[in-house]
Ligand binder design. Structure first.
Ligand SMILES: Cc1ncc(COP(=O)(O)O)c(C=O)c1O
Length: 434
């Protein structure tokens, strides 16, 4: 069977997968629908819904991990603060690529940035009882809102689309001036839209975090992956931009998953600013006795949640950080492939009447990377998603990410070489029909 796929087949797959509204379908639901249609019709799907790394893991990491296991480390509990080698290398890596001074004590390994944000939300929300709400600078990673819900925390959010540059300050103050925001979270580069907040925007976020005494969670899941600039040379500008230049109230999360293609081993670093690490809060004192933010984070929260991070994964990340800081491992070269794919894919979409939704960073054309966003004139995100499914193309609606724009997020990680021609053929037919 060819595209577009018969409407009855789609309806059956959608019903079976329990999707009522395409604009709200989760990634897993989209995967289920695409799998069912693929199986029934034999139409090969161009998979753009999942943000799973599609590249092999770094050999440096794998080797270090195997060596650690061969030494028999699997039987021993890891130290909860983290392996000293990793803590030291994380601190050095952050100096080398972000130009921030964060002590090794304040660099804490976690079971992926997912655990990092969960624990940060948890502790930030216990510092001050008046500050009981998380602020999301959207669009964002949907599971983080689920984390807030699991924790029983309130959250607020806004789509930054109309509030970039000099409009950001007033918008943030609208929320922060109420005095109830425990922390602010955003990802940079952004999942799903791949925009990158600029220094002037980070400086506003930092200034307001200090003014309203709130903690910034800077999620660098796509560390140094703004391929417009070369962020790959250690101890040399340009550096990965960070809010850490503009406030002391910050936590930076650096994930092994995407920049090092190490998602399966669940390893990440939570780097807490030295001042925040050593600070005490009345709310934490009441609950835990007199201990600092950093000690609560590690010895109360992380201890209760997972009692540390697997030894072998820590050795892997330590080896990758060390090789990168020594200038021996150009980790960014390995993931540039995503940018190459995005460029080709975006060109095909643009040729056939699509538009990029989040298309610029204060006037500069957006980077090519792991994700991009597209819309088709006259269609809502849900309608577009459904229409593309019948052309064997799967993606997620922007509505699920907190975006107020009508469009979809496409991920480049699963694209195979022969699929550019396939996409071209399919979008040509799509354009004729719509
Ligand atoms: C913005 C963002 N934060 C965090 C994560 C999860 O990172 P980890 O695999 O380290 O838990 C992802 C993964 O897709 C992400 O896109």
């Amino acid at each position: 069977m060819d595209v577009p796929v018969n409407e009855t087949v789609i309806r059956a797959a959608v019903e079976e997968s329990g999707v009522n509204d395409f604009s709200k379908a989760t990634i897993r639901e989209v995967v289920a629908v695409a799998n069912k249609i693929e199986k029934q019709t034999g139409v090969e799907f161009i998979r753009m819904e999942m943000g799973v790394p599609g590249l092999p893991p770094s050999e440096i990491g794998v080797k270090a991990e195997i060596d650690a296991l061969n030494k028999g480390l699997a039987s021993i509990y890891p130290v909860i603060d983290g392996l000293p080698e990793l803590k030291n290398e994380a601190s050095r890596f952050i100096k080398a690529f972000v130009d921030l001074d964060i002590s090794s004590e304040s660099c804490v390994p976690v079971v992926g940035s997912m655990q990092g944000t969960f624990t940060s939300f948890l502790v930030a929300g216990q510092c001050n009882e008046k500050k009981d709400t998380i602020l999301f600078i959207d669009p964002g990673f949907p599971v983080q809102k689920q984390q807030a819900t699991v924790l029983g925390y309130k959250y607020e959010s806004f789509d930054v689309y109309d509030f970039r540059g000099n409009k950001l300050k007033a918008k943030l103050e609208e929320y922060l001036s109420k005095g109830n925001i425990s922390c602010i979270i955003y990802s940079n580069p952004n999942n799903p839209a791949w925009f990158c907040l600029k220094e002037e925007e980070l400086s506003v976020i930092g200034e307001l975090a200090t003014k309203y005494d709130t903690i910034v969670l800077e999620d660098l899941a796509y560390f140094a992956m703004d391929f417009r600039q070369d962020l790959s040379v250690p101890f040399q500008a340009p550096f990965q931009p960070s809010v850490g230049k503009y406030t002391d109230n910050y936590i930076v999360l650096i994930s092994g998953s995407k920049a090092f293609s190490y998602a399966g081993q669940r390893i990440s670093i939570v780097a807490i600013s030295n001042k925040l690490y050593n600070r005490t809060y009345e709310g934490l004192n009441r609950r835990y006795g007199s201990v600092t933010f950093g000690r609560v984070f590690i010895h109360r929260a992380l201890y209760a949640i997972s009692s540390g991070t697997s030894h072998s994964a820590q050795y892997a990340l330590a080896a990758m950080f060390k090789a990168a800081s020594d200038g021996e491992f150009k980790f960014i070269e390995h993931v540039k492939e995503y940018g190459i794919r995005a460029k080709k894919l975006k060109n095909i979409f643009l040729k056939h009447g699509f538009e990029i939704v989040y298309d610029n960073d204060l006037g500069e054309e957006i980077a090519d990377g792991f994700y991009f966003t597209v819309r088709y004139p006259g269609m809502t995100g849900g309608e577009l998603m459904k229409a593309l499914i019948s052309y064997g193309i799967s993606a997620i609606s922007l509505a699920t990410t907190g975006s107020k724009q009508e469009g979809i997020r496409a991920c480049t990680s699963f694209i195979k070489e022969h699929q550019y021609d396939l996409l071209e053929e399919r979008l040509e037919i799509f354009e004729r029909q719509y």
